[in-house]
Ligand binder design. Structure first.
Ligand SMILES: [Zn+2]
Ligand SMILES: [Zn+2]
Length: 341
């Protein structure tokens, strides 16, 4: 028995997305078919549409933020069964390399990303490998499950696993009103940090404070002077979710020994690195990519009592996708935009 899916297809790089229908076959091997009611729109999807992800297969279903209820499991699936609530990594790990075998599957060199080389998440029915899945506990809502891999799990990995943020850490979050930033504020607070949030939009300040930020810096220019003043000399960790527009200020906002953790690069251009400063202050610049299954499970635990919530700008219909892309590119959204199927 095949399933009828409603989906959003990228016909070719650079083109508008289109709503379509297709047949999803019975799952094979360790494949699992998941019925989704929501799926997130990521800046990476916009970069994919624009041609920055050379491996993307078109025409194809893009998107990679997958969660929902299992409706069919392949003959080799052993971890999940029909009816289970699950959330998926944004990629399929190989399960055999040194990184996969040591719980660092986000670095797996053999991983295949949903919505690029594998069928993606912009559909009411997603097909994923069981190797990508974690079960979703009952206290986690639908929207929270939808953002577990690519937003909350991703920022948890960057802040906790890479940045070693802990009780008393001083943390700077750039682009704090966006889909990534506003959840990073919540996760950093939950880890016990004092949070300085940077945004370019006055209109997002209230929402950023509501997410838990201790200080919000509104600027379209440099902000390192103000961050240093607010933190008595600088932050331990700067989460850089923007790129060239904020990177240098983030680096200059660090205290001695501090680290910039780079997770976002919405304007994909190289940045200048002041080497003398890095040497003198013993600073580090670290990249952090995506999340692991453990990160998602840790975020589910940290979320108990509703302490990490999805901040959703709005739920859109599939047919509104191209308009939503323009709004996200113009940074009009506060929090995540989710597609409702
Ligand atoms: Zn994403
Ligand atoms: Zn691997």
């Amino acid at each position: 028995m095949a399933f009828r899916a409603r989906e959003i297809v990228l016909p070719a790089v650079g083109r508008d997305l289109q709503v379509a229908e297709s047949e999803v076959p019975e799952p094979e091997g360790d494949q699992v078919v998941i019925r989704q009611s929501v799926s997130g729109i990521c800046f990476r999807d916009i970069l994919t549409r624009d041609g920055f992800m050379p491996r993307v297969r078109t025409p194809g279903v893009i998107g990679h933020e997958i969660s929902g209820t299992v409706v069919a499991a392949g003959p080799c699936a052993e971890y999940v069964k029909e009816g289970d609530r699950v959330a998926s990594l944004i990629y399929r790990p190989c399960g055999r390399c040194e990184f996969c075998l040591t719980g660092r599957e986000n670095l797996c060199p053999n991983k295949e990303v949903y919505g690029e080389t594998l069928r993606g998440g912009y559909s009411d029915l997603a097909i994923v490998s069981e190797k990508s899945l974690v079960k979703v506990p009952g206290h986690i809502g639908e929207d929270e499950a939808a953002i577990a891999a690519c937003v909350t799990g991703m920022v948890y990995h960057a802040l906790k696993v890479v940045g070693n943020v802990q009780d008393g850490s001083r943390v700077l979050i750039t682009g704090a009103g966006g889909g990534v930033g506003i959840h990073a504020v919540q996760v950093a607070k939950r880890l016990g940090a004092t949070v300085i949030a940077e945004t370019t939009s006055q209109s997002k300040v209230e929402a950023i404070h509501r997410a838990g930020a201790d200080h919000v810096v509104v600027t379209t220019g440099r902000f390192d002077g103000e961050v240093k003043k607010l933190t008595d000399g600088g932050v331990d960790v700067a989460l850089e979710a923007v790129g060239i527009a904020t990177f240098e200020s983030s680096l200059r906002s660090l205290r001695t020994g501090g680290t910039v953790v780079v997770v976002g690069n919405v304007q994909p251009e190289p940045v200048g690195l002041p080497l003398g400063l890095i040497i003198l202050k013993g600073n580090r610049v670290e990249g952090s990519i995506s999340s692991t299954r453990k990160d998602m499970m840790d975020v589910f635990e940290l979320s108990r009592g509703g302490r990490i919530r999805a901040v959703v700008d709005r739920h859109i219909e599939p047919g509104e996708i191209n308009r939503a892309y323009e709004d996200i590119r113009a940074r009009k959204n506060t929090g995540r935009v989710l597609i409702k199927f």
